[in-house]
Design a protein around this ligand. Structure first.
Ligand SMILES: *Cc1c(COP(=O)(O)O)cnc(C)c1O
Length: 454
């Protein structure tokens, strides 16, 4: 069969609300042209993030009813740990309320001022937690990973020569760990190959530096390896994940991504001494070691979700539906980051709106147009988020897991193509209010030319 269908049927539905174009114009004006300030109820299709926005399965909801809310020694923790260890294989599993809590604990224990942490590309909370302890976060993506239009099967790979050079330059004692983010979220949701992970591990072993994975989208990464890396087509996504994690010494994880849960995360390590220090910090700020920052029912949902995320029918549909969106709009000339990633499609707003200079926020202008045209919410990753340091102005359309069907995606395609047709008439914006840091969340803007009421 040619058609890849959603490998599930829908048992519980959540209505979404239509609004008129005139109503959306008023809502956007009231939100000061910043989609973060629009109420979710006024959004028809919400592609702001794939984090914590997935739909749980009947098995997960059933497991939730089995949640053991005991303070210590909860049965749910045993199930959670068994599920994590089967896939990840690490000796110690430390539950946290989400990924960034695992990061904070890991870097507080492993890093100090003056240290350097290399990564293919740090996610923003990872970078912030490293910088918070006075260490430096260094991104070492391969050259192909920095060119939006360039096609490469493993664009998320780390530049191994650059890693070797960095360690040689700053000295092994200043590099407490190396991280690999799978898939590379900030680099467009692009996968890392097993070959690259092996090469990174070889460098780490030679210098006796631990290797940690930022594992948020490990299942999507495993499926890309199955599809694209020679020798893996007959392996299951779980076997591939197990082989990948065996190359490392630990990981951080946000269960809001490939944990298929709405909240949660964990930290893993094989190091007994570090685990003891990490557990002490966990008790101080997250909770007792058998629940961390979660309820027993959350542990149950994740124990089931991690396994479901590795299901081949699910991954086939997941990767196909993201690619379907990307390939359709690219086929009509819309400039996207190529090839389509696992969890999101990124549109190059500078190429889409060449007449809008970066200082007038082409990403924000385009995201706002998609909302006005069809009630779709996306997010700018560009000049509003990073200031003048932004190398690109992109908008990200992140696809929540198991939430939208193909007809929702067809609708999104139609809206994008309508906006593409009249792109010449889209104007930029200017800031009227901004906060001193993370300004994109609360910034207020206005169109550079006044819009006529109507
Ligand atoms: C989401 C994410 C995190 C942080 O996880 P939270 O659960 O949002 O705290 C870290 N790294 C990557 C790659 C992520 O996508």
């Amino acid at each position: 069969m040619k058609t890849t269908i959603e490998p599930f049927r829908i048992k519980s539905v959540e209505p979404i609300r239509w609004t008129s174009r005139a109503h959306r114009e008023a809502l956007l004006r009231a939100a000061h042209y910043n989609l973060f300030l629009v109420s979710a109820g006024d959004v028809l299709i919400d592609l702001l993030t794939d984090s914590g926005t997935g739909a749980m399965s009947t098995h997960q909801w059933a497991a939730i009813m089995e949640g053991d809310e005991s303070y210590a020694g909860s049965r749910s923790f045993d199930r959670f740990r068994a599920s994590v260890q089967e896939i990840f294989g690490y000796a110690h599993v430390i539950p946290t309320h989400q990924g960034r809590a695992a990061e904070r604990i890991l870097f507080s224990v492993m890093c100090k001022k003056g240290d350097v942490v290399p990564n293919n590309t740090h996610f923003d909370t990872t970078r912030a937690n490293i910088e918070f302890v006075g260490a430096e976060a260094v991104d070492l993506p391969i050259a192909e990973g920095q060119q939006p239009a360039r096609v490469h099967p493993f664009k998320g790979n780390m530049d191994v020569a650059a890693l070797e050079e960095l360690i040689g330059r700053v000295g092994r004692e200043r590099v407490p760990l190396v991280m690999l983010t799978i898939t590379n979220n900030s680099g467009g949701g692009q996968p890392v190959s097993m070959e690259n992970a092996r090469a990174v591990r070889a460098v780490c072993r030679r210098h006796r530096i631990p290797l940690y994975f930022d594992a948020c989208r490990f299942a999507e990464n495993s499926y890309f390896i199955k599809l694209r890396e020679p020798g893996y087509d007959s392996r299951s996504p779980k076997q591939i994940a197990q082989e990948m994690f065996a190359l490392g010494d630990g990981c951080t994880m946000s269960a809001k991504k490939d944990g298929l849960a709405n909240i949660g995360g964990f930290l893993c390590t094989n190091d007994d001494v570090l685990a003891a220090q990490e557990t002490n910090l966990l008790i101080l700020t997250e909770g007792y070691p058998t629940y961390g920052g979660m309820a027993g029912r959350d542990l149950e949902a994740i124990a089931v979700g991690l396994q479901e995320a590795l299901d081949e029918d699910y991954l086939k549909y997941r990767i196909a539906s993201t690619a379907y969106l990307g390939n359709h709009i690219a086929g009509h000339g819309v400039p996207i980051v190529q090839p389509p990633g696992g969890h999101a499609i990124y549109i190059d707003a500078r190429a889409f709106l060449p007449h809008v200079p970066p200082a007038e926020f082409p990403g924000v202008a385009l995201a706002n147009e998609l909302y006005l045209e069809g009630g779709i919410r996306s997010v700018e990753i560009g000049t509003l988020m990073f200031g003048a340091a932004a190398r690109m102005d992109l908008i990200r359309l992140a696809i929540p897991r198991r939430v939208y069907t193909q007809s929702h995606i067809d609708y999104v395609i139609e809206v994008i193509l309508e906006v593409w047709k009249r792109r010449d008439r889209i104007q930029g914006l200017r800031l009227t209010e901004e906060a001193p840091f993370l300004r994109h969340f609360t910034a207020q803007l206005e169109p550079v030319q006044p819009v006529r009421a109507g």
